[in-house]
Design a protein around this ligand. Structure first.
Ligand SMILES: [Zn+2]
Length: 277
């Protein structure tokens, strides 16, 4: 196998499978590499020698960085492709891992037992499992309804102090008290304007989610990496709010999250197998 010119063009699944079979010679069960189309995904550990392992938007060291895994941190591998060759601290390989949050890390820095990890299908990205509900509660107000055409999110009628969770892995990009006057630490009302205490999280694929009206300052800080389902704050009624609920927004082609790039969270999550409200 010649490795002088790593191919960066998209490989067909068949070519990737065949290359994987010949390249996956590490681990304890090389013979099983031909079965790389199995359905068992695996976990691994980032081993970089110190610096964080970069999560990329596509399987290339020049692709946009969309997050990082601390050295020694766990990664959840959904599938693999053959792409750019990387000489890493664990091995030299052209295998790249697609993680549960739809980002990519080079397998050259991932220590793991041998698993039958499937080859990634270009046609159907494995988004299953990457998303979850922010909380379980009924929908009390929809996205841009006739009565509220400027309502750019959905309202979920959860009780005060219900934990709010990140709907996918990502990075916290905003933690803000947004109110026309007064404090976000007390209940607001409809005479005020603003989202109250809120946080925004940037996910892979330029998606931003926003969580409003928290009871107190969000439990996360700007720059912090969060896992899918990680607790980020409590339901409250701060800002322009008539009672405890979570106002939840989804923005695409973001940041910044704007009115123009808000999408219906119900449809967005439904496309990812999650039923909201
Ligand atoms: Zn709302």
């Amino acid at each position: 196998m010649k490795r002088r010119h790593p191919r960066r063009t998209a490989l067909t699944v068949l070519a990737a499978a065949s290359l994987l079979s010949s390249l996956v010679s590490f681990g304890t069960a090389p013979a099983a590499a031909a079965e790389a189309t199995g359905k068992v995904a695996g976990t691994g550990t980032a081993r970089t020698g110190g610096t964080p392992l970069n999560m990329r938007q596509s399987p290339s060291s020049t692709a946009r960085k969309v997050g990082e895994v601390a050295n020694g941190g766990k990664v959840w591998i959904m599938c693999q492709v053959v792409a750019e060759h990387v000489n890493g601290t664990v091995r030299a390989t052209r295998v790249w891992n697609r993680l549960a949050n739809n980002t990519w890390v080079s397998d050259a820095y991932v220590q793991r037992a041998y698993y039958r990890i499937p080859v990634c299908s270009a046609a159907r990205p494995p988004t299953a499992g990457a998303w979850t509900l922010p909380l379980s509660a009924g929908l009390v107000s929809g996205y841009r309804t006739i009565n509220r055409p400027t309502h750019d999110g959905v309202d979920l009628g959860a009780a005060r102090y219900t934990p709010i969770r990140a709907v996918a892995a990502g990075r916290v990009i905003r933690v803000v008290c947004n109110i026309s006057r007064g404090s976000c630490d007390v209940d607001g009302n409809r005479a005020l304007s603003g989202c109250g205490w809120y946080a925004e999280i940037q996910h892979a694929g330029n998606v931003v989610t926003r969580y409003c009206h928290m009871a107190r300052r969000p439990a996360v800080a700007v720059g912090q990496l969060v896992r899918k389902g990680q607790f980020i704050g409590y339901v409250g009624s701060s800002g322009s709010s008539s009672g405890p609920h979570l106002h939840f927004e989804v923005h695409v082609n973001a940041p910044p999250a704007t009115r123009a790039n808000a999408v219906n969270p119900v449809w967005f999550l439904r496309a990812r197998g999650i039923r909201l409200g």
